[in-house]
Each structure stands twice: as structure tokens, then as C-alpha cells.
Design a protein around this ligand. Structure first.
Ligand code: ZN
Length: 245
């Protein structure tokens, strides 16, 4: 894809090393001439996620040379202040539970607003115009900062605030978890599905000792349950005859 004026198209992917952001990275590598990645370190309880980022990037370069040629630098931004203002299960050792407002206490208020704002500052410096994230409205947890209206409003504010034609792209916005697996297969066939199973990370507890059909994890936290359920649904879908889908 090239832009109308013939300039090369560029993207910055918010990349955590999880399943969703890995599918977004593949989606971006399939569409843009040059793609960089950014991760945020805000005092997560485990480093597993950060280690997975490195292996996903190197496996993409190894298994998909065409994508590897478009994959540029990786950036890491530390936001230690976020842990200080958040009282959540991701940043403290408390039990993951549902709160009275119906959101799990893994919720970091407005986290994605900060992430995209940081990404736009980095993108501005690096000349990257599409900001890509794996947020999803169909997510069981209903985080209000994952919603399309929230993120497109932010995109508008970013364009105004930088006088630059940034776009915010969220290719998974209306997909179920099963459809995210399907998208991975469409983009990179079995090699990408296998890469996601083996090298991405989702589990809230950072468990990587047990390998399930859908990947590594404790198997019982909300993130593992969601991933396992989506994988099972997708496997069922994939085994149906095409005309029944
Ligand atoms: Zn888990």
C-alpha cells in the first residue's frame, strides 16, 4: 500500500507480545511499506510479556522474510507513573476479580489513551503515520478505552494536537476471539497460527509451564479462558464445511 502522493506508507504498532497485538503486527506488515513496534513498560507484574515481544519479532523475521524486510525498529517506553496511579491486579499482587461496576480489577483507567498519545509522539519523531492497536469492543471486559468511538475521538485530538495526518487503526475492533484466530490464518496461514501459539503470551499470571492447544498459560485466569474459548470456537468453525460458515 502506498499513499496517494507516492510516499511510502508507514505504521507504528502498539505491540505487547500478546496474541492480539501480534495479529495486528502481521496485519500491518501485510499492508504498510515500513512498520515499527512500540511497547510500554509500566510495572507489569511479570517480564514474560516483554520477553515474548522479542521472540515474536525474531520469529516473524525468520518465518516471513517479506514481512521481515518491512519490520523496522522496536521501541520501549517506560511509564512508571501509570502503576502509581492505578490500583489494579495488573500492577499489584491482588486477586483478579470483578468489581461492582462490572469491570475486572485488571482495568487501568484510560490506559489506551496514554498509550496512543505516547505512540503519536514517537510516531511524529519517526515519521510513522498509522498508529495500530489491538483494541476490541467485543472484548468480554468492556473497557471503555477500547471502544471505537473513544479511540477515533482520540485520533481526532491527536491530529489536531500534532497538525499531522495520523490515523488510529484497530483491525480487531469488531472481531470475536475466534475471528482473530481466523484473521491470523488468513494473513499468515498455519505458520502464523503456530507462531502465535508458541511465542505469544496472554496469561495474567505469566504462566508458561503448561502448553495447551491454544498456547501457554495457567488455563484458568480470565485471559486464558478467553483465549482458550476463542481457539476452541475457531477450531470448530474451521472444521465445518466452507458453505456452512
Ligand atoms: Zn492464565
Amino acid at each position: 500500500m502506498t499513499t496517494g502522493d507516492g510516499k511510502r506508507s508507514t505504521a507504528l504498532v502498539l505491540f505487547s507480545g500478546g496474541q492480539d497485538s501480534t495479529v495486528c503486527l502481521a496485519w500491518a506488515l501485510d499492508r504498510y511499506d515500513h512498520v515499527e513496534t512500540v511497547g510500554f513498560d509500566y510495572g507489569q507484574r511479570h517480564d514474560v510479556e516483554l520477553a515474548c515481544r522479542k521472540s515474536v519479532r525474531s520469529e516473524i523475521m525468520r518465518r516471513f522474510p517479506d514481512w521481515g524486510a518491512r519490520l523496522g525498529d522496536d521501541h520501549m517506553i517506560e511509564i512508571p507513573g501509570l502503576a502509581k496511579v492505578s490500583d489494579t491486579a495488573l500492577t499489584r499482587n491482588v486477586e483478579i476479580a470483578m468489581q461492582e461496576n462490572g469491570l475486572p480489577n485488571t482495568f487501568v483507567p484510560g490506559r489506551n489513551l496514554l498509550f496512543f498519545t505516547y505512540a503519536s509522539a514517537l510516531g511524529y519523531r519517526r515519521g510513522l503515520s498509522a498508529l495500530v492497536g489491538g483494541m476490541c469492543e467485543t472484548d468480554y471486559s468492556g473497557y471503555p478505552d477500547c471502544r471505537n468511538e473513544t479511540l477515533q475521538s482520540l485520533a481526532h485530538a491527536i491530529r489536531l494536537g500534532t497538525e499531522t495526518d495520523f490515523t488510529v487503526e484497530t483491525p480487531l475492533m469488531y472481531l470475536s476471539k475466534a475471528q482473530t484466530w481466523e484473521m491470523a490464518e488468513t494473513l499468515g496461514a498455519a505458520a502464523l497460527v503456530d507462531l502465535i501459539v508458541e511465542h505469544t503470551h496472554t496469561c495474567y499470571h505469566g504462566a508458561r509451564d503448561e502448553r495447551h492447544a491454544w498456547g501457554y498459560g495457567c488455563g484458568s485466569c480470565p485471559a486464558c479462558e478467553l483465549r482458550a474459548h476463542g481457539f476452541a470456537q475457531w477450531s470448530e468453525m474451521a472444521s465445518e464445511p466452507v458453505e456452512a460458515r
